[in-house]
Structure formats: structure tokens, C-alpha cells
Design a protein around this ligand. Structure first.
Ligand SMILES: [Mg+2]
Length: 440
């Protein structure tokens, strides 16, 4: 422990942000400053808004950041599902970073110690073309040392296959049109056309309400794609699938049954996680393992699904689930129900390291997602640089998250054009106030 630091008298003095883009999504990085020189690093969930964190600044100024649970319980009411939880979780991560630095121990030690010294990673893989092409792209990941794989398999692959999908006439044409125009911009960038109007409505229609169905021809096509992938990569390596598309439960059942013989690690987010009964129906209809979790906030969201017995896997995102300690609690709850935990992660190395500490300290952890293996500078955003040689990340022993400093030059180079100044003052949030009490 640093002799000049007195954890008992630490106080939060400021909160500031830097928004970067291209990593590959928009990432809002957080610095929490203290009265003793320690700076804690956090991050808002990918493709979210810094406002979710900024509005909490006045509620934590002057608090001792080492009292992580106390601060979390004060601000947790301002989190919500998916990106809406990004502010609460990002600040929680920064508190742990400060607490670890103040007491001189890594975060995993504060969570009860570690089960493992290195964290298995998997990466999402994109590929143009057919199943053989995807198989080759996945094989390249294996050659880099990855021992666990994930790819997309869903209606996106069928959009240009005649007779593969049915939907109210005109609906798919609209989807294709908006895909080409509005959603051709990089992930995470802010596009006014995607923020409002018909495109917003179209892409925010939940699975049961789109009216999209996969035909037998479409199912044949997806099954052949999967067969071609397995022909390339073999059957030994675990393979998860994601982004089925917004199709109703009955189509998920048909697809899941077709894919049983391809031995999937899990089928991800087949329908919205809120629909517990639909998850039960799906799990009862197939032996393909079912997973969900990246849009779920707090342990209480996970409880009904875990108790239902429908899940084989949960994949919380630290920056949505409730931060470091809440995700550890969620993992422990999943373990009680015989469910494995992987971790979703599509943000910067700050979020990745937060996930590494949880993964180290949670017994039923399986694999951590990396979303940026095709972004060469991603790991250099922090010092020391974050590496995943051989498909694993070593669990750091340095205090806090294990980040000495941020690479300010690299951050400056990749700032989001709408937020051209990194770490600008945030005094406009100092007096944000409402009566937060939720009862009278
Ligand atoms: Mg996913």
C-alpha cells in the first residue's frame, strides 16, 4: 500500500469522460478523480450515452469511493436494461479500480481471490460468403490460439436468398433498404436517420411482432451453412451462434432442432430475455443449449430465468449487469442452478479488464468475449497494453484493474467527432438533483 494514501479519507472530487469511436464501437471512457491523486478508470456500455454516467456525478461527489456497495446502492435506481445501465455500471467499475489502488491489491483479490490465472477468450467472427468462408475465418481464429468460437447465424444470411423468408409483403424490402442506407455507417456512430422515424421503429420491433418466418428452404440453407462451417473447423471446438434475427419463438424452435447435431455451445438471445415462458418452451423443445444475458440489469432480472431452468449459459455484460460485484453475484447464482457463465464484452480494454477480474473470481466462468481482435490498436489503449496471446488474457496482479495509465495519444487520435475534447470539465452536472427517495 502506498504510504501517502489513506483509504479512510479518500473522497471523489470529479468525474470526466472521453468518447472514442472505432474500437470498433463507440466507447465512453470514464475517469473518477479523488482528493489523494488516485484516478479510477471506468467505462459506459458500448454504443450507450455518457449522460447515463454524467447525471450521477452530483450523487457521488464527496463520497469515499472505497465504499463501493454503498455508492452502488445509491445509484442503482438510475440503471435500466441494456445500455441504460451503462452509467451505474461504469462508475461501479471505477470505484473498484480506486479501492484496489488505495489498498494496494487487484480487484480479483477483493472479490475473494481467483479460480484461474488466465482467462479464456472467444471472439465474434464476421465473414462474407458461405459457410465454407466462415469456417475458414474461424479456423484463422483457431490458428491464433482461440479455443472457443462464435459466429452469427440467422436471417441476415437469408435476406438475398429467394424464398427463404416470409413476412408481410414489403417488410423485408424496407429492412434491406434501411440496412443499405441508414445502417451502413460504422457501429456505434451516431446517425440521426437511425435515431428516429421509420427505421427506428422497424429495427426496434421485437421478435414476436415482426411477422418474419423462415421457410423450409431457409432452414435448409442455414443448416447447410452450419454443416459447411463444421466441415471446416471440425466438431471438437465449441461454437456458439448469435443474431438469429427477430424471428418468433416457433421459428427458433425449428432452427434449434435442425442445429442439434452440430453440437453448439449455445444459441444466443433467441427471443427477448424478458419472455421467460418462451425460453422455457424453447428449452423444452430442443437439446441445443440456450443462452442470454447481455441486456439484463441486476441479479433480480436473472433470477426468474435461472429458476425456470431454461438456460444452459448466461452471458452478462459487466457494464449492463450491474458492474463487477453484481456480475460476480449473478455468476454465483447461476452456479447454484447448474448454469455456466460466459461474459459479453464489446468495449475498450477498461471494460475487458473489469471482466477479467470477475472471470478470475467466479467459479462457473467459461469464456470472455473479445469484440475487437480486428482492431490492431485496441489493446494499446491502456498501459501496460492488454494482450490476448494464444486466446487467453493473463489475470493481472497490479492494484485495481491493473491499468497504470491510459494511452492519451491514442485516445486523442480516435475521439468521436461529436466529442472532440477528451476529459473536459463536467461542472454542468455538479448540481443535478432530484429527490431520489423511492418511497414516502
Ligand atoms: Mg450477442
Amino acid at each position: 500500500m502506498n504510504a501517502e494514501i489513506n483509504p479512510s479519507t479518500l473522497k471523489i472530487t470529479d468525474v470526466r469522460f472521453a468518447d472514442i469511436d472505432g474500437a470498433p464501437k463507440r466507447c465512453t471512457l470514464i475517469k473518477v478523480f479523488t482528493n489523494q491523486g488516485i484516478v479510477g478508470y471506468g467505462e459506459v456500455r458500448d454504443a450507450s450515452s455518457r449522460t447515463y454516467a454524467a447525471m450521477l456525478k452530483s450523487r457521488i461527489l464527496g463520497e469515499n469511493p472505497c465504499n463501493v456497495e454503498k455508492i452502488f446502492r445509491r445509484i442503482k435506481q438510475f440503471g435500466g436494461d441494456s445500455r441504460q445501465a451503462g452509467g451505474v455500471c461504469g462508475l461501479e467499475v471505477a470505484m473498484w479500480d480506486i479501492a484496489g489502488k488505495a489498498w494496494g491489491v487487484p480487484v480479483w483479490q477483493l472479490l475473494g481471490g481467483k479460480f484461474r490465472d488466465r482467462i479464456r477468450c472467444y471472439c465474434d467472427t464476421d465473414s462474407e460468403g458461405g459457410g465454407r468462408d466462415m469456417g475458414k475465418a474461424l479456423k484463422e481464429r483457431m490458428a491464433r490460439g482461440f479455443t472457443f468460437l462464435k459466429m452469427d447465424l440467422g436471417i441476415e444470411l437469408l435476406m438475398d436468398v429467394p424464398g427463404a423468408l416470409s413476412a408481410p409483403l414489403g417488410f423485408l424490402e424496407k429492412m434491406r433498404e434501411y440496412k443499405k442506407t441508414v445502417f451502413s455507417t460504422p457501429h456505434g456512430s451516431i446517425d440521426l436517420r437511425a435515431m428516429r422515424g421509420e427505421a427506428y421503429d422497424l429495427f426496434n420491433t421485437a421478435h414476436p411482432f415482426t411477422g418474419i418466418h423462415i421457410t423450409e428452404k431457409g432452414l435448409d440453407h442455414l443448416e447447410q451453412y452450419m454443416a459447411d462451417v463444421r466441415a471446416e473447423i471440425g466438431y471438437e471446438v465449441p461454437l456458439a451462434i448469435d443474431h438469429l434475427g427477430h424471428i418468433p419463438l416457433e421459428d427458433c424452435i425449428k432452427l434449434a432442432k435442425r442445429l442439434e447435431k452440430y453440437n453448439l455451445a449455445w444459441m444466443e438471445d433467441p427471443v427477448p430475455w424478458q419472455l421467460t415462458n418462451q425460453y422455457v418452451r424453447l428449452a423444452n423443445a430442443t437439446t441445443t443449449p440456450i443462452g442470454t444475458g447481455e441486456d439484463m440489469y441486476l441479479k433480480e432480472s436473472f433470477k426468474p430465468l435461472l429458476e425456470s431452468g431454461a438456460l444452459a449459459v448466461i452471458h452478462p455484460d459487466i457494464l449492463t449487469a450491474g458492474g463487477i460485484l453484481e456480475t460476480k453475484k449473478i455468476g454465483d447464482l447461476a452456479e447454484e442452478h447448474g448454469v455456466q457463465m460466459s461474459i459479453h464484452m464489446a468495449e475498450s480494454p477498461i471494460a475487458c479488464l473489469a471482466a477479467v477480474h470477475v472471470a478470475a473470481a467466479t467459479r462457473n466462468f467459461m469464456a470472455l468475449e473479445l469484440h475487437s481482435v480486428d482492431v490492431p490498436w485496441w489493446g494499446d489503449l491502456v498501459n501496460p497494453a492488454l494482450r490476448y496471446d494464444g486466446g487467453y488474457i493473463s489475470v493481472p496482479d497490479a492494484p485495481g484493474l491493473g491499468i497504470e495509465s491510459l494511452n492519451e495519444e491514442l485516445i486523442a487520435k480516435n475521439l468521436h467527432p461529436d466529442f472532440p475534447e477528451a476529459w473536459a470539465p463536467t461542472t454542468e452536472w455538479d448540481k443535478e438533483w432530484a429527490n431520489d427517495r423511492q418511497w414516502s
